[in-house]
Design a binder for this molecule. Structure first.
Ligand code: C5P
Length: 241
């Protein structure tokens, strides 16, 4: 059976954690350039390389609609990409894009952080396959560090427990789901006013099983100063291979 695969890229963040701290204005991280090409375009290209992907939705702030639409055209991606308005939270941005997606309940929707441009087509394919098989699958990375649970106190963070790391996976994106399941999870979260930091947390609370497929440490989420340099390093290493 032919399965449609729709990709949603939330890209409406302000990137406040990228601020230099010196009061200088900063550009939201999804618009920073890597080798002269915007981060968002790198990310879109990675998904465009996967033959199963039928369409992509990018959620951006209202004031960025024109700029992003022009960029998508400039890089020849207009045929597959639709730009929509995002919201005040990542969840709201994904919800708005999801509302614009027209596909059957059995089709697959992948959500991916616009600020993870190094995602590899093989990992995207692995996520699609697992989501088709299980209904829900995300990319995760086994924890290598020892993980502590802490309580914030006036004196700083105080350890309250050590969580055995074999039970820990760091959630990355893409996160893929059958569209019907994702729509139901979003509707339930909205009704309960639940706010999650990823899509899987909404789907988990909707009672579905979510599988984890292995990711790579190179799938960096550009979040803090220094991350962009690290991504540049990986990109150069890839192009010199
Ligand atoms: O804030 P966080 O690091 O979780 O952002 C992950 C992704 O969600 C980024 O690509 C960011 O642009 C996006 N986002 C969004 N709308 C918001 C906040 C974040 O689309 N209101």
């Amino acid at each position: 059976m032919f399965m449609r695969v729709t990709v949603i890229l939330p890209a409406a963040g302000l990137g406040t954690r990228m601020a230099s701290g010196h009061g200088t204005p900063h550009s939201p991280k999804q618009f920073l350039e890597l080798g002269g090409i915007p981060v968002l375009i790198h990310t879109l290209r990675a998904f465009a390389e996967v033959p199963a992907v039928t369409q992509m939705f990018v959620a951006v702030r209202a004031g960025e609609m024109e700029r992003v639409t022009a960029q998508v055209q400039e890089y020849g991606l207009a045929g597959k990409v639709r730009v929509v308005t995002g919201g005040d939270s990542r969840q709201e941005s994904v919800a708005r894009a999801l509302a614009a997606v027209e596909c059957g309940d059995e089709d697959i929707v992948l959500v991916h952080d616009a600020v993870r441009p190094l995602i590899e087509p093989e990992v995207i394919e692995r996520t699609i396959e697992a989501a088709e098989k299980s209904g829900a699958a995300i990319v995760g990375l086994p924890a290598v560090d020892t993980i502590k649970q802490v309580e914030r106190t006036a004196d700083g963070a105080l350890i309250t427990a050590t969580i055995p790391r074999e039970y820990i996976v760091q959630a990355q994106t893409p996160q893929g789901f059958r569209a019907g399941l994702l729509r139901r999870a979003f509707a339930e979260a909205e009704a309960d006013e639940f706010a999650g930091t990823d899509e899987a947390s909404l789907v988990e609370r909707a009672g579905a099983r979510v599988m984890v497929v292995p990711g790579s440490a190179a799938n960096i989420k550009i979040t803090q100063p220094g991350d962009l340099e690290l991504v540049e390093f990986y990109l150069q290493r890839r192009s010199s291979r």
